[in-house]
Design a binder for this molecule. Sequence first.
Ligand code: V47
Ligand code: SF4
Length: 367
Amino acid sequence: MEFPEIKTAAIKDIYEKVLSGTRISCDEALVLYTEAELGELGIMASHVCKSLNGDNVYFNRNFHFEPTNICIYNCKFCSYKRNINEPGSWEYGYDELQKRLDAYKGKELSEIHIVGGVHPKRDLHYYGKMLQLVKKQRPDIHIKAFTAIELDFMIRKAGMSLEEGLLALKDYGLDSIPGGGAEIFDEEIRRQVCEEKSSSDLWLNIHRKAHELGIPSNATILYGHIENYSHRTDHLNRLRELQDETGGFNVFIPLKYKKENNQLSEAGEVSGIEDLRNFAVSRIFLDNFPHIKAYWPMLGKELTRLSLSFGVDDIDGTIDDSTKIYSMAGSEDKAPGLSSGELIGIIKDARRSPVERDTLYNIIKRY
Ligand code: V47
Ligand code: SF4
């Protein structure tokens, strides 16, 4: 087949593979990162995206509950972490959770996302009771909670094995695991940006075990700091291999590094073009991930709109002023919240079909 609009032979070969549904290699992903024009990436990524999801772009109705920003770790990219009693630290317990749930009484909602710092004094049972509280009040909503890093600590603190801990949390009400804590799997870069954090192998093992026990999960990458394209490709490859093994990942979420108020600020932030490039290569490479999510509180509304032409089919949820991870790192939205009407507007602007979903991508309503 001739592709007159495509410049180089290497890209033409990859283009043919992508159009015929053939998996690309790590070397080919590197070629895409380094040589492909943005337009070429958009065409390939949209092809993969539409072959998996048609015109659908998903969103959900959710809110975030962040129990604490007190954390035993010191990731260099983190703007959020505080020590116990440090100004700006917070701890929200059962009463605050109850208040948040009360505020949603009678309102449409399909998910609560619970994530926070690794508090030195809290174990699995403390958090398990939070899950119980949510399930008691709202048995209808899905609980997506705790990154692999939080899980590792709270399970060890409770003196349990990984399997015992995950099963206990499932009993308490855990439905799925969010994608945070993956950061960057390359051991040398991970050492430089978050040395103390659970290792890459441990992150992957926790997700593997969760999948085996019937707990689905999400995956992320933190990109745009000191890593290079090979590190990103290696990260994607480790995820693709695990997904081949278990099939338990729902969605991949590239998280753009934001530079305010943290120790990596000198790395700066990558451009919007780089964000689009990264969405597209991720979509093309991760052929076994059903969905790619643009997390709008981090990207802003304009880039989120554009990402829909670069392989993205999910723009997360209404969130409702409830996450501080990005606002503290310099995102333009200080109190993130978009109504479902605004989310639908963003999707329609890209001439795609808005679909409200639950956490597992079951369709709730088409607009
Ligand atoms: O692991 C921390 C990231 C993650 C910064 O699963 C930063 O649906 C950018 O994982 N700049 C936690 N990113 C959030 C997360 C997440 C978010 C939305 C949806 C889902 C999901 C998961 O936030 C951390 C880290 O990678 N992060 N600091 C920063 N300065
Ligand atoms: Fe703690 Fe998470 Fe911040 Fe790392 S990114 S310091 S684990 S809150």
